[in-house]
Design a protein around this ligand. Structure first.
Ligand SMILES: CCCCCCCCCCCC(=O)SCCNC(=O)CCNC(=O)[C@H](O)C(C)(C)COP(=O)(O)OP(=O)(O)OC[C@H]1O[C@@H](n2cnc3c(N)ncnc32)[C@H](O)[C@@H]1OP(=O)(O)O
Length: 180
């Protein structure tokens, strides 16, 4: 089925912000995190940027492949906010096309391609130097819709409690309310 953008999804160009202070992908409270910044696009698509820091190295001077997979995972996961669906990554298939040096800003673009029941299919691409730069990484993903109980049942109580008390209403809604 073709994905349907939720009527209350952020307007094209609007920043999505972090869904959780301590998220390694987007949270401002993670000193060595990716601090990935995503913006809504048209339809069920978005763009994101992430600048590779020295803490993200694998080989000397190059981004670690797992960190790049994290950037793709986070970007793809952010798409679910445009559907207003809470979902987790079930499958993430990554192609590494070019090395990504420290200091590079990776320009990511992602879209949901189909929705089938609880399954959300999406893909992303990351480019060097700019939104039209050479492709460095690509991913295809399957996210699976879950109930909020998924996090409450499996997460550590301290963090769950703290996130539920987050004074930022939007972030709390993204973390803990399903709002179809
Ligand atoms: C509050 C914060 C909010 C915001 C949260 C935002 C977080 C953003 C962070 C980035 C995203 C992440 O990293 S999330 C963290 C990483 N991911 C995880 O921890 C997920 C761990 N895995 C699981 O919990 C589980 O395996 C699930 C939820 C994915 C699926 O389990 P389930 O609920 O029992 O469902 P299940 O019946 O198995 O699967 C449902 C359908 O999906 C298909 N399916 C499931 N897994 C796969 C797979 N790997 N490859 C192919 N297909 C699959 C099944 O065949 C089935 O298809 P059919 O029979 O219906 O056709």
């Amino acid at each position: 089925m073709k994905p349907v953008r939720h009527p209350d999804a952020p307007a094209p160009g609007d920043p999505l912000g972090a869904h959780y202070e301590h998220c390694f992908g987007c949270g401002p409270g993670q000193p060595h995190g990716l601090h990935l910044e995503a913006r809504a696009g048209e339809g069920v698509a978005l763009t994101a940027e992430f600048t590779v820091q020295p803490a993200h190295q694998g080989a000397p001077g190059l981004a670690h492949g797992g960190v790049l997979a994290t950037a793709l995972d986070e970007t793809l996961g952010s798409l679910n906010w445009l559907l207003r669906t809470v979902a987790v990554t079930g499958r993430l298939e990554t192609d590494y096309v070019r090395p990504v040096p420290v200091g590079t800003t990776l320009h990511l673009a992602a879209e949901v391609t189909a929705v089938a029941g609880r399954k959300i299919y999406s893909r992303a691409v990351g480019r060097l130097d700019g939104p039209d730069g050479p492709v460095a990484v690509r991913a295809d993903a399957l996210f699976v819709e879950v109930k909020v109980d998924h996090f409450i049942d499996h997460g550590r109580p301290e963090e769950i409690q703290a996130a539920m008390s987050d004074p930022d209403q939007v972030r709390r809604a993204r973390a803990f309310e399903v709002n179809p």
